[in-house]
Design a binder for this molecule. Structure first.
Ligand SMILES: O=C(O)c1ccc[n+]([C@@H]2O[C@H](COP(=O)([O-])O)[C@@H](O)[C@H]2O)c1
Ligand SMILES: Cc1cc2nc[nH]c2cc1C
Length: 344
């Protein structure tokens, strides 16, 4: 399938102009730390000395996982569709945080095992009613995998936004994400598998054994798209596609927790330039996320012990992105405020 080229964000002239603007502000050089790094990055992505976070959007992608048949989650599969109803009714954490932060929210059914009918507010990109159990066969066919990626790309291209955040909902998807992580990074299953929604030690040991078994079964799946098809899920593939589609249109990509980052592992293996577009909102409490971020050489903005998903970390990071663009736009300069610059 055709994977779009991602424009390189580097531009020496613009980088120097942004640097000058940042250093002209009334503060010791470098003292706004990570906000300065963000201002530079958003400026380069938007090709502007005046970057802005004016129209953020978060896409929450829901999908079900056949591997739940192996007893890998603390919750039943039905919670996936029930939580989609909760998103549509406005009652989930992501509804609260998105509204609080002036962020558009899109809910996408990429492959939930439930018939929602035609529903206002629900984007229907259902590939199938859940993936297959990857302990027995590949989670998706190659055709299903490409369809999910393609609809993610198209959906991202249809959005009018400058910052594109990602969230997900899918019982069992930390098992899929852990298997993807192991297959792509080469880390052993024990470093990739965690408690997910809240497994106890016995549950985590079973989940680890499930991932180890699946890695053996799909040992031939080495290319990123083969890994994605082997372990799923539809929401992960859709997010990977939406990341590629968003970066192609120079949108800032806001990465959430363990599952969203597993989608990035796949997408960045296809197009490494994608990483320049990513802002890593937080380090999840899911064991394995820190290692995943380290593998990507990513520095998350926050560590709040979140392990919810839904894009909650992305929504909570928006004020920091806005502060980064606001200081650049609104702070006085040494000359405009008649403040003395550094000695010599
Ligand atoms: O974002 C994370 O880091 C994260 C960590 C643990 C769990 N989750 C959420 O919990 C669900 C998956 O957990 P599990 O145990 O069913 O694999 C799924 O709906 C995710 O949104 C999300
Ligand atoms: C209730 C619930 C809400 C969630 N939101 C994202 N993953 C979730 C998992 C559960 C179990």
């Amino acid at each position: 399938m055709h994977i779009p080229a991602i424009p390189f964000i580097h531009d020496a002239g613009l980088a120097a102009a942004l640097e000058r603007r940042i250093n002209d502000k009334t503060k010791p050089q470098g003292s706004l730390g990570v906000l300065e790094r963000l201002a530079r990055q958003i400026g380069l992505i938007q090709r502007s000395e005046h970057p802005a976070v004016a129209r953020p959007a978060i896409v929450v992608c829901a999908g079900d996982h056949g591997v739940t048949a192996e007893g890998v989650s603390a919750y039943p599969q039905s919670v996936t569709w029930q939580m989609v109803e909760n998103f549509l009714a406005g009652g989930a954490a992501i509804n609260v945080f998105a509204q609080q932060n002036g962020c558009a929210l899109h809910i996408v059914d990429t492959g939930v095992n439930h018939d929602f009918g035609a529903r206002a507010g629900l984007v229907d990109c259902k590939v199938a009613p859940g993936t297959r159990n990857f302990c027995e066969q590949p989670a998706m066919t190659q055709e299903q995998c490409e369809r999910a990626l393609q609809s993610g790309m198209q959906f991202a291209a249809s959005l009018d936004c400058d910052v594109l955040g990602f969230g997900e909902m899918g019982i069992g998807n930390t098992t899929a994400a852990a298997a993807i992580m192991a297959a792509i990074t080469g880390a052993p299953a024990r470093d990739c598998v965690g408690a997910g929604t809240g497994l106890d030690e016995t549950g985590i040991a079973r989940k680890r054994e499930v991932v180890e078994r699946a890695l053996q079964l799909h040992a031939n799946a080495r290319e990123p798209l083969a890994v994605l098809a082997a372990f799923g899920g539809f929401e992960i593939a859709f997010i990977a596609g939406a990341m590629l589609g968003g970066a192609q249109l120079r949108k800032v990509l806001l990465v959430d927790g363990f599952i969203v980052t597993s989608a990035l592992l796949v997408a960045a293996s296809l197009q490494p330039a994608l990483l320049d577009y990513c802002v890593f909102s937080h380090c999840s409490d899911e064991a394995g996320h820190r290692r995943m971020l380290d593998h990507l050489k990513a520095r998350p903005l926050m560590q709040l012990d979140l392990r919810l998903g839904e894009g909650t970390g992305s929504a909570l990071a928006l004020p920091l992105l806005r502060s980064a663009t606001a200081f650049l736009e609104r702070m006085a300069t040494f000359s405009s405020a008649s403040v003395s610059g550094k000695n010599d």
